[in-house]
Every structure is written in structure tokens, then in C-alpha cells.
Write a protein that binds this ligand. Structure first.
Ligand code: AMP
Length: 393
């Protein structure tokens, strides 16, 4: 279902509440990566240029319904103001009488930022009263926080019941691109699924096995898939549920599942452990699989080069450690090199791999939502998307 977009809507003179995802990483109180703030700028500018009074709201960290001084949005407001090159007022709150007073002082095109939504317990409880309160601050609601769309909170779903609710530009792009990666026939569609555990990825594997031709497996789940083929696969302890999940995906009659024919192993789960190259059927029982091997990199790159649509979620190995990063780097380069394909990358660590190699421009869409993009690929309906008004046509 297409959602109502903010394009071609006359917001002149209207007060608009915009939910964004400013849950930025920080180090010692300093923002270490402001890409989430930058990602919301097109929507904020479009509204401001259109003459709206723009009231921005976000969560930050996990204050659990209490005011936590270190989780105030002041540093984020400062950075936002620098990027917009415009003042951003502190609207206070996120509840109580102050926000309405500040908002009443806004002129057309002005910006204000509410305090951290999660200081208010009603936010995560999707409390009706807090939802109504948020709606009372504005004439319309815009959700641009795709990263929070898998949560049914007051500022993502509750508020949308009371006032017209639109998808922001980032939200619109996420829904369109992730949707496009799953639409149509499975023909020439390849999913690359890695990451730490089968348990985290089983739903997405189940769903994608009906939506794609081929699934390339990497990451910590390789050992579970080996075991599912009666290959012991080294020292990794595999829960029976994970082995059974892997058996189900292998024998499910859906996509062809490809496992690495060689792997990089180590005797300890440590950055400094010495990597060894092993054939898939010859992983010693005291070694852990920490990456796919060089032959597998070539085999995977070949499959990727022929794909028309590519979905990638989860690194091929422990990419944070250089000795075990080569599989993820090879896959990232192969996806980037296939310029004719539609490529969609989801999940925080996978986006990090792409970012560290400066390959963002070679990928059709790198999702900003970790959990949200995973749930989308699992075939789930995201409450924050569902709550938005449907497009007229
Ligand atoms: P995910 O968020 O599920 O995509 O998982 C990402 C994490 O999986 C990264 O921090 C990787 O270090 C980790 N990972 C990838 N491959 C392995 C592996 N073979 N063993 C353990 N952890 C892995």
C-alpha cells in the first residue's frame, strides 16, 4: 500500500510535528556520526521551505521514561542547527505546558525540537493520552523515522490516529526501495545473508527463500548450515533449534541455498588470533569459523555479478577484525561492481561495511533502519508505516 507523501502538500502556515530518528552514536557525549541527522534534512527543509512551522521530535538512547541529563537532545539540536544553518528552538517537554508556548512563537519556516521523547513513559507504552497530547501540538504529522518504524510508540503510531499522517521523504524512499527489492518474480534475485546468529536471521531466511532465486550464506550461521548437512563445522556450539532452522531453509523447496566451500577459522574468538584457511569439510573441531574463504569470495562474486536484484543483510565474517574482514569486503565490492542490478543493503553492520569502503554511491539503497529493515525483509508489517494515511490513488 502506498502511503501519503509530503510532496505536493500545501503546509503553508501549518504546524507540522515531524518524527525523526536522531538516535545518533556518541562518544563521551560528542556525536561521532551525524548521518542520521543529515538523513532527515531533505524532509525538514521541504517543510520549512513550504512555509510550515516545523516541530521536530526524536528519541535518543534508553532513558526508560525518566529524565536522564546525559540523554538530553541539546548537542543534537546544536548540530542540527549547524547543518540547517538556521536556529532550532528548544521546545522543551516532551510533555507539559512548555512546548505549546514555544511553538506558538514560531514563524513560518521556523524549527523547534522537543526534548527526548523517551523521557516520557507514555512514549514507549503508546499511551493514548500522550499520543493525543503530541497530536494537540500540530495540524499534521510526518514520520521520517524509518529506523523506529518497527515500534508501536506514541510518536510513531498513536499520534497518527488524531491528525493527518504523512510519510517523510526518507520514510518514503525506504518503503519504496525495500518494497521493490521483494516485488515481482524471484528471477535473478540473490539474497546474501550473514551476521552473528541463525536465530536472528531465521525469519528473514524463511521469507526470502520464497522471494529470491539464490541465498548466499555467510557469518556465524555458516556452522549451523554445515551441521544441517551433517558436517560438524568446527567448535561453534550450535543449538538444536538453530540446526533445525537451517535444515528447514535448506530443504524448504524455495531458493537455492549456497554455503561457502572454504572458510577462515581461528582457535579463539579474538582480534589477534591467527587465521587459518580450511576446506568446508575439514574444519578442525577446536576451531571457530570467522569468515568465508577466498574461493567462496570468488564463487559468491560470480553469483552476485549475474544478479538483477540483490538484497544483503549481515556481514560474511567478523569484519571488525581485519584478518576476518575479507569476505565482507569481497561481497561489498561485488555488489558495488554490478551496476546494472538493484541493490538494497539493510542492517547496521552491513551498512558499516559499505560505508567503510566508501561504496554508498554504488549501491541503489542503503537502509538507515537496522531492526526495521530486517523486519521489513521478514515480511512483517511495520506499525509505524501502517499507521500513516494511505495515498489517495
Ligand atoms: P548482524 O547484526 O546480525 O548482522 O551481525 C553482525 C555481527 O555479526 C558483526 O558484529 C560480526 O562481527 C558478527 N559476525 C559475523 N560473522 C561472524 C562469525 N563467523 N562468528 C561470529 N560473529 C560473526
Amino acid at each position: 500500500m502506498t502511503k501519503r507523501s509530503i510532496r505536493n502538500v500545501d503546509f503553508a502556515g501549518k504546524t507540522v510535528l515531524v518524527r525523526v530518528d536522531f538516535n545518533v552514536p556518541t562518544r563521551d557525549g560528542v556525536i561521532s556520526d551525524d548521518s542520521r541527522i543529515r538523513a532527515a534534512i531533505p524532509t525538514l527543509r521541504l517543510l520549512s521551505n513550504g512555509g510550515a512551522k516545523v516541530v521536530i521530535c526524536s528519541h535518543f538512547g534508553r532513558p526508560d521514561g525518566q529524565v536522564v541529563e546525559e540523554m538530553r537532545l541539546q548537542p543534537i539540536r546544536k548540530r542540527l542547527s549547524e547543518i540547517l544553518k538556521r536556529p532550532v528552538l528548544n521546545a522543551g517537554g516532551p510533555n507539559g505546558t512548555q512546548p505549546a508556548k514555544i511553538i506558538s512563537q514560531l514563524g513560518t519556516g521556523d524549527y523547534a525540537l522537543l526534548e527526548n521523547l523517551r523521557f516520557e513513559p507514555g512514549e514507549e507504552q503508546n499511551d493514548k493520552g500522550f499520543s493525543r497530547y503530541l497530536a494537540s501540538l500540530a495540524d499534521g504529522f510526518v514520520n521520517d523515522a524509518f529506523g523506529a518504524a518497527h515500534r508501536a510508540h506514541a510518536s510513531t503510531t498513536g499520534v497518527a490516529i488524531h491528525i493527518p499522517a504523512y510519510a517523510g521523504l526518507l520514510m518514503e524512499r525506504e518503503i519504496t526501495m525495500l518494497g521493490r527489492s521483494l516485488e515481482g518474480s524471484t528471477h535473478a534475485t540473490v539474497a546474501i545473508i550473514g551476521g552473528a546468529k541463525v536465530a536472528d536471521k531465521i525469519q528473514v531466511l524463511r521469507h526470502l527463500s520464497k522471494k529470491v532465486d539464490t541465498i548466499l550464506i555467510g557469518g556465524g550461521m555458516v556452522a549451523a548450515f554445515y551441521l544441517a548437512q551433517n558436517n560438524p563445522g568446527g567448535a561453534t556450539v550450535i543449538a538444536e533449534a538453530d540446526r533445525l532452522a537451517a535444515v528447514e531453509v535448506l530443504n524448504g523447496g524455495g531458493a537455492k541455498v549456497v554455503l561457502p566451500s572454504d572458510v577462515i577459522t581461528a582457535s579463539e574468538f579474538s582480534k589477534s588470533s591467527t587465521p587459518s584457511l580450511r576446506e568446508s569439510n575439514n574444519v578442525p573441531d577446536d576451531e571457530l569459523i570467522l569468515d568465508i574463504g577466498p574461493r567462496s569470495c570468488k564463487e559468491y562474486a560470480q553469483v552476485i555479478s549475474r544478479a538483477e536484484r540483490i538484497i544483503w543483510n549481515g556481514p560474511m565474517g567478523v569484519f571488525e577484525w581485519p584478518a576476518f574482514a575479507n569476505g565482507s569486503i569481497a561481497v561489498a565490492n561485488a555488489v558495488a561492481a554490478n551496476s546494472k542490478s538493484i541493490s538494497v543493503v539493510g542492517g547496521g553492520s552491513t551498512a558499516e561495511v559499505i560505508g567503510s569502503l566508501d561504496l554508498e554511491d554504488e549501491i541503489t539503497h542503503v537502509s538507515t533502519g537496522g531492526g526495521a529493515s530486517l523486519e521489513f525483509l521478514e515480511g512483517k508489517t511495520l506499525p509505524g508505516v501502517e499507521a500513516l494515511d494511505d495515498a489517495a490513488d
